[in-house]
Design a protein around this ligand. Structure first.
Ligand SMILES: C[S@@+](CC[C@H](N)C(=O)[O-])C[C@H]1O[C@@H](n2cnc3c(N)ncnc32)[C@H](O)[C@@H]1O
Length: 291
């Protein structure tokens, strides 16, 4: 608390107010009005957009065959408030969709008011792209019966005895703590031949000109003291090693680097451990290799 007050004290007044409000909101969670007002969360094309971009990159770079959802049990880590990739997976024939996200609030995800504002748009979009595979009513029914989200971390969710042929996450791996045991848990839950795509964003998740501002001029403990534990600070080789050690056959495809605007020193802590390419890789896709 003392740390938080000191950090707020050091900020310009407008930033301080914004930051304090964000804290208060994060504590109370989100509600239906927050969701309905959010242009990000109400963007019906968002998750198709994410998946199709990642699959295009993997196809170009590794000849990746598009995921086939038909009959698969799908797990998403950090799905966010409105079922993440679930609506897409179930439209494309997945047997089930399971999300895990500690901030998920089940009372809102399928609230009738989201039907017109969010889900109807997804149905129209997917029907245009893939053809009308089912009626909107049938698909909405599948969202109620075959999608389930645990309001828990991947380590705490009660998934005993389950296994999943497809695993997905979008901008979540960089937030997961502890990362090693969490990825090991994912491995236990993986069906033979599991296919996965995890988009990892290595930036600071703050609105700075360089997405790495503030990270490399201090050691990790000092960074956490100043900015909290919102990101785990694992760099690209750490993430890949953790997937390897867990027993996944994983590879990492760089999406893009962001060297622009970085004008701070880089401590030996970072430069001794990581190459320049590792330090400035902004987004990468961790994916199942071998197919
Ligand atoms: C940046 S948000 C991304 C949400 C969503 N995937 C999207 O792209 O809009 C990261 C999400 O990961 C979740 N998360 C953080 N740690 C987690 C963990 N250990 N297990 C599962 N989810 C986690 C957070 O609650 C948050 O909703």
């Amino acid at each position: 608390m003392a740390n938080l007050l000191r950090r707020i004290w050091e900020l310009p007044p407008r930033d301080a107010i914004r930051k304090a409000l964000r804290r208060v909101r994060a504590k109370k969670g989100y509600d239906l009005d927050d969701l309905l007002r959010s242009s990000k969360h109400m963007n019906s094309q968002l998750f198709y957009n994410f998946l199709s971009r990642y699959e295009s990159i993997l196809h170009r770079s590794h000849g990746w065959d598009a995921l086939v959802f038909e009959g698969q049990d799908v797990l998403e880590v950090g799905c966010g408030p409105v079922l993440g990739f679930g609506p897409l997976a179930l439209f494309l024939g997945a047997a089930s969709y399971t999300g895990v996200d500690p901030t998920f609030q089940p009372e809102w995800a399928l609230h009738p008011r989201l039907r017109d504002k969010y889900y109807l748009g997804i149905y129209k979009d997917l029907s245009g792209i893939f053809g009308p595979r089912m009626t909107c009513e049938r698909w909405l029914e599948l969202l109620h019966t075959n999608a389930r989200v645990f309001s828990a971390t991947i380590l705490d969710a009660d998934l005993a005895g389950r296994s999943f042929g497809i695993m997905l996450s979008n901008s979540t791996i960089e937030h997961v703590e502890p990362l090693g045991p969490s990825v090991a848990r994912l491995r236990e839950l993986a069906a033979p031949g599991v296919r996965f795509i995890h988009l990892v964003d290595f930036g600071n998740h703050r609105a700075t000109r360089s997405p790495f501002s503030g990270i490399y001029a201090v050691e990790p403990d000092a960074y956490r003291q100043k900015y909290g534990r919102g990101i785990n600070l694992a760099r690209p080789p750490d993430v890949l090693r953790i997937f390897d050690e867990a027993g996944f056959s994983a590879a990492m495809q760089p999406y893009y680097w962001f060297r622009e605007f970085y004008d701070e020193p880089i401590l030996p802590y970072w430069s001794n451990r990581y190459s320049d390419d590792d330090l400035f890789l902004k987004c990468a896709i961790v994916f199942s290799a071998g197919r």
